[in-house]
Design a binder for this molecule. Structure first.
Ligand SMILES: [Zn+2]
Length: 68
């Protein structure tokens, strides 16, 4: 292993060209997920490859109402 420096799961360059497939907004890295700044969908990263698929995205927490 000769990887030095930052331990980001993906490169900044890649991050900058990525956009949410659902709403075309830029995404930001949060932990090991990419989070859409528009709709809030979260995309996971596998082996350095962001899974930018709407079907694979985690939806933002919805204000769900469970009956009381
Ligand atoms: Zn989005």
């Amino acid at each position: 292993m000769s990887q030095a420096g930052e331990s980001l799961p993906i490169s900044q360059e890649l991050l900058q060209i990525l956009a949410c497939p659902a709403c075309k907004s830029p995404v930001e890295l949060r932990g090991d997920r990419l989070v859409c700044q528009g709709c809030g969908r979260r995309y996971r990263i596998e082996d350095g490859i962001p899974i930018m698929l709407i079907d694979e995205a985690e939806l933002p927490e919805a204000p769900e109402r469970t009956g009381s």
